[in-house]
Design a protein around this ligand. Structure first.
Ligand code: NAD
Length: 291
């Protein structure tokens, strides 16, 4: 297949390279630097999109997605599929899909989880919103770039799944970190807390797979001085999206809101910027009840 790939950053580049290595013809475009082999380079997003059967975007946010979409949708071949894999707000995802469908294109929102290592290894999870037919068209490409692809519903459902999932993740990571910090002050060994909670009702992905305590549980960014992994800045972005969506539909999400506030302080005023989102543990460690 001919694929246009727009946004060749930390995630997009390895995804595009995996598609090219699997034998697809991939034309890439990024405003920061020209694409290099095994990708072919285009001079603009519209040029990357023009001949493509499928265009994939992997961009920082909804405003940039909207701008890129208005450049490429008029350039794309009728019947081609526009698949956005960025994490953006549900409203941008729905608007862009509507524009694409109105121009005779297919459209999917298909944000990912699995991070930069999953993008490189081709083990991402895709959560997709759009029609059965467009999902079926994209499926072989999801299988190259990822390990799982879940069709979540109509346009916007992929983004909705992503922001709900990451709201759970942000909240459980904070709960896990504050429990370790409380255990320290209670004189409870961290390894013992892990042994109990990881096999009991306190278990979660944050505890069992991505334990925020260095030297405890499987290898995680905590064992690498909290280098990301999944940066606290990106968690803040996703929590902001969850609260923006909750606001729009009048959903009560007090824990999500508090998690967003804590990550905003962590990234903006404390030393969280550029650190892994599990570095909330040393943050709690240094604090007292009233600080
Ligand atoms: P990134 O900043 O490394 O890459 C984004 C790329 O888009 C950059 O190379 C930038 O130059 C390019 N870009 C910006 N404006 C453009 C335009 N108008 N036209 C073409 N290219 C443009 O970000 P990333 O880490 O690759 O993340 C991409 C998306 O994936 C984000 O929405 C992010 O939330 C999501 N995501 C990231 C991770 C992660 O662990 N990094 C995990 C899951 C999802």
């Amino acid at each position: 297949m001919k694929i246009g790939f727009i946004g060749l950053g930390n995630m997009g580049l390895p995804m595009a390279v995996n598609l090219a290595k699997a034998g697809h013809e991939v034309v890439g475009f990024d405003t920061a630097a020209p694409a290099t082999p095994p990708l072919a380079a285009a001079a603009s997003a519209a040029e990357a999109a023009r001949e493509a059967d499928i265009v994939i975007t992997m961009l920082p946010n909804g405003d940039i997605l909207r701008a890129v979409a208005s450049d490429i949708i008029p350039a794309m071949k009728k019947g081609a599929v526009f698949c956005d894999c960025s994490t953006v707000d549900v409203a941008s995802a729905r608007d862009v899909a509507e524009q694409a469908l109105a121009s005779g294109l297919g459209a999917l929102d298909a944000p990912v989880s699995g991070g930069v290592s999953g993008a490189a290894a081709g083990t991402l999870t895709f959560m997709a919103g759009g029609s059965d037919a467009d999902f079926a068209t994209m499926r072989p490409l999801f299988d190259i770039m990822g390990g799982r692809a879940i069709h979540c519903g109509d346009s916007g459902a992929g983004q909705a799944a992503k922001l709900c999932n990451n709201m759970i993740l942000g909240v459980t990571m904070i709960a896990t970190c504050e429990a370790f910090a409380l255990a320290d002050k209670l004189g409870l060994d961290r390894q013992k807390l892990f042994d109990v909670a990881s096999t009991s009702s306190g278990s979660s992905w944050s505890m069992n797979t991505y334990c925020p305590a260095p030297g405890v549980g499987p290898q995680s960014p905590a064992d690498n001085d909290y280098r990301p992994g999944f940066a606290a800045d990106l968690m803040l972005k996703d929590l902001n999206l969850s609260q923006q969506a909750a606001e729009r539909v009048d959903a009560d999400t007090p824990m999500g809101e508090l998690a967003m506030q804590l990550y905003a302080r962590f990234v903006g005023e404390e030393d969280g910027k550029g650190r892994d989102f599990s570095a909330m543990l040393p943050r709690f460690e240094q604090r007292s009840r009233k600080s």
